[in-house]
Design a protein around this ligand. Sequence first.
Ligand code: HSE
Length: 561
Amino acid sequence: MPKPKRTIVLKFGGSVLLDERRLRIAVHEIYRWRREGWRVVAVVSALAGRTEELSNQCDELCPNSSDHVRACLLGLGERESSTLLGIHLDRAGIPARMLTPGTVELRAYGPALDAQPESVNCTRINDALDKDGVVVFPGFVALTESGESVTLGRGGSDLSAVFLANQLQADCCRLIKDVDGLYESDPASSDIAPARYQYASYEDALETDGSIIQHKALQFAQTHAIEFELGRFNGTRPTTIGPAESVLNEIPDTTKKLSVGLCGCGTVGGGVLELIEQLPDLFEVTGIARRNPERCCERDNVLITDSATEVARFGADVIIETIGGCKVSLDVATSAITNGADFITANKALIAEYGTDLHILSSHHHKEIRASASVGGAVPVLESLNDDSIVSVKGILNGTGNAILGSLQAGIDFNEAVLDAQAKGFAEADPSRDLDGRDALDKLSVIAQKLGWSINTDDSLGQSLTDWVQQNKPTYPARQIAKLNPNGASVGVELVAASSDYEKTQNEWNIVELMHADGSITTLRGKGAGRWPTSEAVLADLLEVSRIRSDQTHASEVCHV
Ligand code: HSE
């Protein structure tokens, strides 16, 4: 039996969403929970300051406008940020469904600018969650029975989140803010650090001034006995708010900033660098190895070199490798781990060939090794394999081949289709690995390793894409299919049925089906190649390492108290 899916409601507040680029933080947090197998409902506030802008605009245009018209205008802030979040998720290759109060019949009653949510069509939301795994929803807004717009009062996205968590009977509801938990008073505006709640009763939470959690949301939670959490992005010890007695004085949920050495600054490495540099509170890049000096400009106090081994030996908390191939990267991996760094790679060839040895080495040195990006880009394939009911795996694991087959179907010439896939950053340095199936076979080997299956891949390559193109009409719907079971693996081009899930997997998207012993299938989807999906997976590994390190520090602090 596959593991049952849990549901989390994550609410992203304006204090986190300072501008459009910061929506990436929401993408990272959503992907964190997705990787762990949760279904995610993301409730989004307006970007910081946007509601005030809209309110001022309304005042200027028509100071005495009707409350419903004002509510409609104010709600544009949340509609804008949730739509932009959908675009960011798409760019990162994470499937998500955009919902609105209209599509899920979110009804509210009472004053137009301070309404109370009443009902929602949970079947619609659950269907979307079952299909896509993530739904994105604008907070703060709802509709009346007669379809007029209302808002849920200042800070109303908190109420949207708690209400949806209650209606969906979600397993967890977490409000992500710019604080690591609930304090007795605002830590930013007092000289002596106020006490932090590990657990806050509704009564004590209602004593705080309402700027951190909307009081109406707290009252709703109290009435319906809903426990929820308040914490920071990538946090591991948020404050829980609920019906029990408060517990104070917990050590804050802060984390040590990790130094990072980056080996490779091309399509993927350059994307990873950009994502890491947007999280200066968590990470500091101390070394970059790049082949092409134009790919990376000088930075103060950062070692910039063309030698990846030099970066790996220079020392950092974490070394990330995005070079590809095995020649240099094996040396980078062993140097990193023996020098005391955790090691993250996007390199399937390295893990397929040397993964077992590297895992032994890293466990000997008590270091973490992660390679999520090596299989399926933003599809959390490796994270979904901790399930001993899996008996076989089947899917499309190569984005380049898939994009080329799609181009051929659209009438584009083969060579042009290959060049296009290379230009989009999907193809390997040597695209023949994509075309003949070796890239997908490496990925199957990495999956087999994780499942503990020892397979021989000598005769695993079937019909290559190049051969298939010569022998068939490009208009046939065909896909490069990868298959794995404990007895072996195979990769080859096959015809697929029109309108099947495989045919619907287009461009650089991947699909992976995990077959369970009871006959059920877990289907995973997402973008499997390209700069942003791959970078997102690398960053997710880095954020996971940061959480592990933070928990270890916390455990040792608790021991010393
Ligand atoms: N060349 C690979 C692909 C990149 O097209 O799938 C992602 O592993």
